[in-house]
Design a protein around this ligand. Structure first.
Ligand SMILES: Nc1ncnc2c1ncn2[C@@H]1O[C@H](COP(=O)(O)OP(=O)(O)OP(=O)(O)O)[C@@H](O)[C@H]1O
Ligand SMILES: [Mg+2]
Length: 252
């Protein structure tokens, strides 16, 4: 469970988050839509503990990220994974090593002991298999297409089996078929890990396909939250715009 209350964040003179609140339940896929530059990535970085808000609280389970000890913060963030906008793979490492990276750096959260080489190989093979990249373990990110890079980034995320998964524009820049594959993978990952997912996207078809609930991020806050059927009936210029785009793309 993620519960955010009255979150404020300013960079210089620009107030980006202005009293944002949010509730996401365990097991839910919560999708955030919004115009470019409104602060969607900033919000995800706060949930991941990479940014400190000026005011407000971020409660994850029973712990408040904004006031807990460093030790609690570390144990919380270890259970989270994020697919960064732009994949953020290590260019000099193979797909296999990219996928294994987190496991080589962190102990198993269940046992606190380091992962053995065998365990790492098993998990990497399973994650690559799940995203359809089994044959690419020894390739470098530069050998991959954009869609394959997204899938490699996804395998690096799911290999650690986090309970909270954050996705920042997972399908941007991909063709419709590859977008659909990534969307299906996000849904399959959610079902497999039984986690809690927050997805920021501009891809309406993907949003509708995966969302349990949708939210509109505007003016520094989530101004509307609803399930997909109700969301597109909301009278708001940005939602109407999204709706007209989705109708057009469904017709064409
Ligand atoms: N570390 C930072 N320092 C200064 N300004 C920042 C920082 N991070 C974000 N911002 C500003 O905050 C605003 C929101 O940025 P953010 O990246 O969250 O937008 P976004 O909603 O994710 O947009 P997009 O859909 O284009 O990815 C932008 O104006 C950005 O310039
Ligand atoms: Mg962004």
């Amino acid at each position: 469970m993620i519960r955010i209350r009255n979150l404020w964040k300013r960079y210089g003179s620009r107030e980006v988050l202005k009293g944002l609140s949010l509730d996401v339940s365990q097991g839910e896929i919560f999708v955030i839509l919004g115009r470019s530059g409104v602060g969607k990535s900033v919000l995800l970085r706060h949930i991941l503990g990479l940014e400190t808000p000026d005011a407000g609280s971020i409660q994850i389970g029973r712990i408040d990220l904004t006031s807990c000890s460093e030790e609690d913060k570390l144990s919380l963030t270890k259970n989270m994974g994020m697919l960064f906008q732009g994949s953020a793979l290590f260019d000099s490492m193979t797909v296999g090593d990219n996928t294994a990276f987190y496991l080589t750096q962190h102990p198993n959260p269940l046992t606190q002991s380091p992962f053995s080489k065998g365990e790492i190989q098993d998990r990497v093979d399973k994650a690559l298999d799940m995203v359809g990249l089994s044959g690419t373990k020894n390739l470098l990110p530069s050998d991959l297409s954009g869609g394959m890079r997204k899938r490699a980034a996804l395998s690096r995320l799911i290999v650690y089996r986090p309970s909270i998964l954050l996705y920042d524009e997972p399908t941007t820049g991909l063709d419709p078929m590859t977008s659909q594959q990534i969307t299906d993978l996000i849904i399959a990952t959610q079902q497999e890990l039984q986690g809690t997912s927050i997805v920021v996207t501009h891809d309406l078809q993907s949003a509708i396909a995966m969302a349990d609930r949708l939210a509109l991020h505007d003016e520094g806050r989530l101004v509307h939250v609803a399930n997909p059927e109700q969301f597109f009936e909301i009278d708001h210029p940005i939602i109407s715009f999204f709706k007209s785009i989705s109708k057009r793309s469904l017709v064409s």
